[in-house]
Design a protein around this ligand. Structure first.
Ligand SMILES: [Zn+2]
Length: 444
C-alpha cells in the first residue's frame, strides 16, 4: 500500500528532513512576525526579552524566544478585547469559533479561531485520518455533544473534508448511540479510550457484541494516554474487533500528533507544528531518542490566537526509529503522550507516570477496565493505594492476582502499593476524560 495513495499530502508528508526543517524555520519566522506585529501581549513579551522578527535566522535562534504557558493566559484574558485579551492577533469580527479548555484545575482558557484557522485544523487532521486508512467510503460516528470543548469537533470536520459520511451522535445517550451505529452500519468512530471501553461495556449489557453485531473497524482515540498504552489498546481492539489509533492534541494547540497504520509511535505533523522536547528540571533541549521531557510546541498556521513556544506540559520522548515504514518523514514520538508534567509526580522520591500503572492493570485479564490511584501522606511518608475491580468469575484467583500486580508494579514503577480489590462495576465510570489519579497530598 505504499505510494502516493497512502498520503493526504504526498509532498509535505515525504519531504526530505532538510527541506522540512527549512520549511519549519520559514513558518516559525512568519508566525513570530505575525504575533509580534498583531498582538499586544506578544509584542510586549518579545520587546522585554529584546528579540524581534529579524533576530530569528536559524533554529538555534528559536531557543531564545520566550516560552508561554497556560498560567499566563489567565492574566491575559482579563484584558481587552473581551473575552480573549490582548493575545488576540485579529479583530474580534474575524473570530468565528469559540472553544475553551476542559482542564480540571483553575479557570478555563478561551480559544479563538478564525474560519481559516478552523479550516486549517481540519486539514491537519485529514493527514491523520488518511494515514489511518479513512477513505470516502467510511461512515463516521461521532459520539459527542454540541459543546464548548474541542473534544472530537475536528474529527467531525476532517471526516467531512475527507469525503466520509459523518453521523453526529451528540444528544443521544450511550445505548441510543450504540443502536444508531448498528442501524446505520457506521464503520469508524472517534472517542476517548475511557468512553470506547465504557461503550463496549454498555453494548454487552444490551446483548450486543461489538465485533460481531456492529461494523466499527477503525477507532481514533484522543484525550488520554490509553491509545498508546499497549494493554489498554488491546482491550479496546478486542472489545470492538477494530483497529485503534492514537491521536494527540489539545484546545490551544490543535491535533499535532497521530499514528499511521504501522503504529510505531506518533508522527508529529511537522508541516503544521514545531515540537521541541525539553528537560523538565533543567529546561535543556532534548534532541536524542529515549529521554523523556515536556513538549514545547509552536502552531504555525493558527492566526487568531497562535501558540508560540507553548509549554504544553505533555511528557513525551523521541523515538529511535528514524524512518517509519509508511515513508513519512515526520518525526516519531515513542509511546505517545505519557502524561502531564504536573501529574508525573514524585512519590517516595520516585517519579511516577500514571500511564505506567495503567499498563500494569489493563494487562491483567481478571481485572475490569476501571482503576483508581490515591496518593496520601501518613506522617512524613507517602502512601499509595491502587483500587482495582475484580471480574466476578475470578474471585477465587485473588491471591495470584495480588502477587502478579505487586510484582509488575514493582518492576514498572519501583514502588510498593496498598492494593484494594472492589466488586466489578463499583468504581466511578467517566463519560469523557477520566480522573483516576488522585494526589491528596496537594489537597487535590
Ligand atoms: Zn508512519
Amino acid at each position: 500500500m505504499k505510494g502516493v495513495e497512502q498520503y493526504w499530502n504526498p509532498i509535505l508528508e515525504t519531504l526530505p528532513r532538510e527541506k522540512l526543517q527549512q520549511l519549519q524555520l520559514k513558518k516559525f519566522q512568519n508566525i513570530f512576525k505575525w504575533a509580534y506585529e498583531h498582538s499586544r501581549f506578544y509584542h510586549k513579551l518579545y520587546s522585554e526579552a529584546g528579540i524581534e522578527p529579524g533576530d530569528i535566522r536559524t533554529f538555534d535562534d528559536i531557543l531564545k524566544v520566550p516560552k508561554i504557558e497556560k498560567a499566563m493566559m489567565r492574566d491575559i484574558q482579563g484584558k481587552d478585547p473581551f473575552p480573549y485579551g490582548d493575545i488576540l492577533c485579529v479583530p474580534l469580527t474575524a473570530v468565528t469559533e469559540y472553544r475553551q479548555t476542559s482542564g480540571t484545575t483553575g479557570q478555563p482558557i478561551y480559544q479563538a479561531d478564525t474560519w481559516q484557522d478552523w479550516e486549517g485544523g481540519a486539514e491537519a487532521y485529514c493527514y491523520a485520518l488518511y494515514a489511518q486508512g479513512y477513505r470516502d467510503s467510511d461512515r463516521l460516528f461521532v459520539p459527542f455533544g454540541y459543546n464548548i470543548f474541542i473534544a472530537f469537533w475536528t474529527y467531525h470536520y476532517a471526516g467531512e473534508k475527507l469525503g466520509c459520511e459523518v453521523i453526529p451522535g451528540g444528544v443521544l445517550n450511550t445505548e441510543a448511540r450504540i443502536l444508531k451505529m448498528q442501524e446505520l452500519r457506521a464503520t469508524a468512530m472517534g472517542a476517548t479510550p475511557t468512553y470506547v471501553l465504557g461503550m463496549a461495556e454498555t453494548a454487552i449489557k444490551m446483548g450486543i457484541e461489538p465485533p460481531k453485531d456492529l461494523f466499527i473497524r477503525k477507532i481514533t482515540v484522543a484525550g488520554e494516554p490509553g491509545g498508546s498504552v499497549p494493554a489498554t489498546r488491546k482491550r479496546m481492539e478486542d472489545a470492538w474487533g477494530a483497529k485503534v489509533y492514537d491521536q494527540a492534541g489539545s484546545t490551544e494547540i490543535g491535533h499535532w500528533g497521530w499514528e499511521c497504520r504501522y503504529q510505531c509511535g506518533l508522527h508529529v505533523n511537522e508541516a503544521f507544528y514545531l515540537a521541541e522536547i525539553e528537560d523538565v528540571d533543567t529546561g535543556e533541549l532534548i534532541t536524542e531518542p529515549g529521554r523523556r521531557g515536556k513538549m514545547v510546541i509552536t502552531t504555525f498556521d493558527r492566526l487568531a490566537q497562535p501558540c508560540i513556544r507553548f509549554d504544553s506540559k505533555d511528557v513525551i520522548e523521541w523515538s529511535a526509529i528514524e524512518k517509519c515504514e509508511c515513508g513519512r518523514t515526520f518525526r516519531l514520538i515513542r509511546g505517545g503522550v505519557m502524561g502531564r508534567a504536573d501529574d508525573i509526580t514524585k512519590v517516595k522520591g520516585v517519579l511516577l507516570a500514571p500511564a505506567a500503572i495503567e499498563e500494569v492493570v489493563r494487562a491483567v485479564p481478571q481485572l475490569g477496565d476501571e482503576y483508581e490511584v490515591v496518593v496520601t501522606k501518613k506522617g512524613d511518608i507517602d502512601d499509595i493505594t491502587l483500587k482495582v475491580e475484580l471480574l466476578p468469575k475470578c474471585k477465587a484467583e485473588i491471591s495470584a492476582i495480588r502477587e502478579t500486580l505487586t510484582r509488575e508494579l514493582r518492576t514498572k514503577t519501583n514502588l510498593r502499593y496498598n492494593l484494594e480489590f472492589h466488586d466489578y462495576g463499583t468504581l466511578p465510570r467517566y463519560e469523557v476524560k477520566a480522573k483516576r489519579f488522585k494526589d491528596l497530598r496537594k489537597g487535590d
